[in-house]
Design a protein around this ligand. Structure first.
Ligand SMILES: NC(=O)c1ccc[n+]([C@@H]2O[C@H](COP(=O)([O-])OP(=O)(O)OC[C@H]3O[C@@H](n4cnc5c(N)ncnc54)[C@H](O)[C@@H]3O)[C@@H](O)[C@H]2O)c1
Length: 446
């Protein structure tokens, strides 16, 4: 099948590469010339395990191509995926300007029947809006070309996106048209060989499903963070509590890891967007608002522990923190809404220096943090600790899980560790001679 994918970011490029791998012919369109030229040269501009191999192979074999011209991308395409960004606007609502721009251009350029698929995460009602924009442009041209607008939200997670796309739990398709559903079923068939994965539903339900899923996951994270904060105060250990509740199949172990709050390009904006949609329809989404507030507060919990520790010694000004991890989670270079940025903002505003290391996100982080003279980016995790007063861990990269604590002690001025991911055990750290502060567990002070 000939498919056009508009927007070659985390979602668009993964979708394109995986469809191409299964034999479809994919034309990827992006407005960013550097990205398009880079992809043609085999340079994949985002970090996603396994993606580069797929992109290079399918480009070389002619099933995947890249262009800045939507006219070119649309030429032979039966299906057009919109996978551009939908960031938050100033009010926290979903900014649909990129989606609108693509819809307008599709209406201006299409010359054969199309199924236009909203894969970007978009508020309920966006398919109707996209349909209206395309219809308006066709009317302006005085032409009547058959088209449908379908919702097909994406559930992949950064860091494991190729795997998620190749083996989806489900493929949600929102459409009233049997023909559109059949065509998408055909396109997704190679990803559903073990069992039927397509769940066909109304367009609005499909749009809502994506927000409901992300808000549910965000709720689990804020819930366990709140439980962790209570645990600390009452002398309970959240890791033990997690085991105790996760063993109940109605609760499960997934997404109940306490930490420094959720970040990334999806949960924060999608939680805010659903609050905004509800407000627009006259409903006060109290629970989801609380999820958002708890998360905002959680992002400063670790920084506060550091401030509290140094307060009796005259504060953090002039002290240096060795920081492990910058990305919002492991296995990604995505720095959007990364809790590390909030930690750095709070601590450097009080005069603390930060020497930070991240295996993949360091380059993006360096660009974002440019201009903050108190921040230095280190080349590896041990260099980040050289001559620092204490250390903190905020991203759960595998290579941080079992470090050389003796070497760490030699590098730090004093063995003080603030663990925002509960990667280590309080008993283990106490025995290793560290002052150790984690989330939802009592501190260890030798
Ligand atoms: N990143 C994720 O993990 C994830 C997961 C599921 C859903 N989503 C949703 O998918 C959408 C895309 O997210 P992303 O992270 O891939 O975004 P991204 O920012 O990585 O990529 C968007 C791409 O669209 C391009 N673009 C913008 N306007 C364009 C236009 N008019 N024509 C062609 N290209 C254009 C940009 O240049 C960019 O390369 C969002 O709605 C997001 O919420 C993201």
């Amino acid at each position: 099948m000939n498919v056009c994918i508009v927007g070659t970011g985390y979602v668009g490029l993964v979708t394109a590469a995986c469809f191409a791998e299964m034999g479809s012919n994919i034309s990827c369109v992006d407005v960013n010339e550097d990205v398009v030229e880079g992809l043609k040269d085999g340079h994949v501009h985002i970090y996603e395990p396994g993606l580069e191999t797929l992109v290079k192979r399918n480009y070389a074999e002619g099933r995947l191509d890249f262009t800045t011209s939507l006219a070119e991308g649309l030429k032979d395409a039966r299906v057009v995926f919109i996978t551009v960004g939908t960031p938050s606007d100033d009010q926290g609502n979903c900014d649909l300007s990129y989606v609108d721009a693509v819809a307008r251009e599709v209406g201006q350029l299409m010359d054969s029947p199309k199924i236009v698929v909203d894969k970007s995460t978009v508020p309920v009602g966006t398919a109707d809006r996209v349909r209206g924009i395309i219809r308006e442009e066709l009317d302006k041209r005085g032409v009547d070309i058959d088209f449908d607008v379908v919702s097909n939200p994406e559930f992949l997670k950064e860091g494991d996106a190729v795997n998620d796309f190749m083996k989806p739990n489900r493929v949600v398709v929102g459409t009233e048209s049997e023909e559109s559903a059949e065509i998408l079923k055909e396109l997704y068939a190679p990803f559903a060989r073990s069992r039927e994965k397509l769940i066909v539903m109304g367009v609005r339900s499909a749009e809502m499903t994506k927000y409901a899923a992300n808000c549910m996951l965000a709720t689990k994270i804020s819930f366990i963070n709140e439980v962790a904060n209570i645990c600390e105060r009452v002398g309970a250990n959240v890791s033990e509590v997690r085991m105790g509740i996760g063993s109940d199949v109605r609760i499960g172990y997934h997404f109940i890891y306490p930490g420094v709050g959720y970040g990334g390009s999806c949960f924060p904006k999608d939680v805010k967007a659903l609050i905004g949609t509800a407000r627009e329809y006259g409903y006060d989404a109290r629970l989801i608002k609380a999820v958002d507030t708890v998360n905002d507060d959680q992002k400063v919990v670790l920084a506060q522990k550091i401030l509290d520790y140094y307060e009796p010694q005259g504060g953090v000004a002039g002290k240096t923190l060795g920081l492990w991890g910058l990305a919002f989670k492991a296995n990604t270079d995505d720095m959007r809404e990364a809790p590390a940025l909030e930690l750095i903002r709070v601590l450097t505003s009080k005069g603390m220096k930060v020497k930070a290391y991240d295996p993949i996100a360091w380059e993006r982080a360096a660009e974002i943090l440019q201009g903050n003279d108190l921040v230095e980016i280190a080349k590896d995790e041990y260099e980040a600790l050289e001559g620092t007063d204490c250390m903190a861990v905020v991203t759960d990269w595998n290579q941080f899980r079992n470090p050389d604590f003796e070497r760490i002690k030699e590098l730090l001025k004093a063995p003080i560790l603030f663990d925002g991911r509960n990667l280590y055990g309080p008993k283990q750290m106490g025995e290793a001679g560290f002052a150790y502060f984690s989330i939802g567990r009592l501190p260890v002070k030798p």
